[in-house]
Design a binder for this molecule. Structure first.
Ligand SMILES: [Zn+2]
Length: 116
């Protein structure tokens, strides 16, 4: 999912570049203010599949330095069961915290420990 160009100056980046060789902008600097979004509940997932998708999404969002991760959990069993995974992720410092999305109880907003 790596992009090829610097957000700041347009310089072509190789897959190994974490910073732009021309202007030194971090590859994912702009992502810190953005939200990565994933739906883990509307493709007939089991709870354990949803938990796996959550773990993968947290890893991807962290790797790309996103500030927040929005997780769509629907209104069924996944919504209830995923809280355990979210609590674990907080305890393991993979996310800072999480809360129900404003005006939409079918999604959680996770704040990530980004910028490291
Ligand atoms: Zn640049």
């Amino acid at each position: 999912m790596a992009r090829d160009e610097c957000d700041n100056c347009g310089m072509r980046l190789t897959p190994e570049d974490t910073h732009c060789p021309k202007c030194d902008e971090h590859r994912y600097a702009k992502n810190a203010k953005k939200t990565f979004s994933v739906d883990i509940a509307h493709n007939l997932q089991t709870v354990s599949q949803a938990e796996q998708q959550l773990d993968i999404a947290i890893r991807e969002a962290r790797d790309q330095q996103f500030g927040k991760l929005r997780v769509v959990v629907g209104r069924g069993i996944i919504r209830r069961e995923i809280r355990r995974s979210l609590d674990t992720a907080v305890w393991q410092h993979r996310i800072r915290d999480y809360q129900v999305e404003e005006n939409n109880e079918g999604a959680y907003i996770l704040r990530l420990e980004s910028g490291k």
